[in-house]
Design a protein around this ligand. Structure first.
Ligand SMILES: *Cc1c(COP(=O)(O)O)cnc(C)c1O
Length: 353
């Protein structure tokens, strides 16, 4: 049985080719505009929420509980989508010092402004508590039920097997766009994107193999490391096959390792953690300059947490010869604009010139 789905994404999202970007990167880069899946709730998360919130509604939830960093795009998308669908939301947001955050007035910028606008209840949690986020989410669910609100837990990033089906469907959408001739070729060599909780990577890997969209899927980690994400993506892919047994196996391959290593028809996934920069949500100076250069040369606005690092990673992989010069790359622009708008001060020095 196909899992139920609610309609949140204005699709198909466009695929764009910007010749100036090809020169900056050294490959033939096509950009799938998943930063434009919708309005303020836009980005990759609502593809997963189409399945997750349909499940919440099927279970008659009145409250949805989820978690993320303070400027979480996922939390914001969940809060807005819940408001649309008539459910309440509770967001467990990670901050360095929850007691201090509770004492000071909340700085209403970027995603947090939209969270509050959507009426979400915000609970600050510490980095230590965040490591136990499964238990924290379960506690918040129990608290809501105690208040008489049947509650549904959406995991970090919406990244479980059910959520990842949103990106299997996105790859089906790309297959249709290729068949219509919208990307000047039968398939891509590589599909590349940022990876923060693994659900997009699992869905893209599985969907790209299933629909013959690209030979390899590159997931650029923006936190944790390759070992963590291989484990996480493998687990999510197994869950996804529980919902859809026809999905392929996953094989993790190393950058530039050629065709031979993976079994036929398996989803070939590369996890690359070399572009994650100094810290989560912090860019190196080189990455900042890259983000500014791309915006000024093409009008394409990347974000400092995810897409700026991932496209920088693509450029590095081409420079190293791990992605062949001139290869056809589909870059998934997964969103994140509100996070950029909350980081103006980090870019000031580069923009004053
Ligand atoms: C969440 C997010 C990602 C990463 O997706 P995951 O499925 O969490 O790995 C990439 N880009 C943006 C803008 C995001 O908000």
């Amino acid at each position: 049985m196909r899992p139920p789905r609610v309609h949140l994404v204005h699709g198909p999202t466009p695929i764009m080719h910007l010749p100036v970007l090809d020169q900056l990167i050294g490959a033939e880069v096509w950009v799938k505009r998943d930063d434009a899946t919708a309005g303020a709730e836009s980005g990759n998360k609502i593809r997963k929420l189409e399945f997750l919130l349909a499940d919440a509604m099927a279970r008659e939830a009145r409250m949805v509980v989820t978690c993320g960093g303070l400027q979480s795009n996922h939390a914001r998308a969940t809060a807005l989508a819940c408001a649309r669908l008539g459910m309440r939301s509770t967001l467990l947001l990670r901050v360095p010092d929850p007691a201090r955050a509770r004492a000071a007035p909340l700085e209403l910028a970027g995603n947090v402004l939209l969270d509050r606008l959507a009426g979400a209840e915000i609970v600050f949690i510490s980095p230590d508590e965040y490591r136990e986020r499964g238990a924290m989410l379960e506690q918040a669910r129990a608290d809501a039920e105690y208040r008489g609100l049947p509650a549904y837990v959406v995991p970090e990033g919406g990244s479980n097997g059910l959520g990842s089906l949103g990106y299997v469907e996105a790859m089906r959408e790309v297959r249709q766009q290729l068949d219509l001739g919208l990307a000047a070729g039968p398939r891509f060599d590589v599909v590349a994107h940022a990876c923060g909780s693994g659900g997009t990577a699992a869905g893209v890997g599985l969907g790209a193999a299933r629909y013959d969209v690209a030979r390899e899927a590159w997931a650029f980690a923006v936190c944790d490391d390759s070992a963590y994400f291989k484990k996480t993506i493998a687990r999510i892919a197994i869950e996804a096959r529980g919902h859809d047994p026809s999905l392929p196996e996953v094989a993790f391959v190393e950058p530039g390792s050629g065709e031979s290593v993976a079994p036929d028809r398996a989803a070939r996934i590369i996890v690359d953690d070399r572009a994650k920069g100094p810290a989560y949500a912090v860019m190196s100076d080189e990455q900042k300059r890259f983000l500014v250069r791309v915006a000024r040369a093409t009008g394409l606005v990347l974000d400092p947490v995810y897409t700026g690092k991932a496209l920088f990673g693509v450029a590095q992989a081409v420079a190293r010869g791990e992605i062949r010069a001139g290869a056809r790359v589909l870059f998934l622009h997964t969103g994140g604009l509100p996070g950029l708008l909350a980081q103006g001060d980090e870019l000031r020095a580069l923009l004053d010139r």
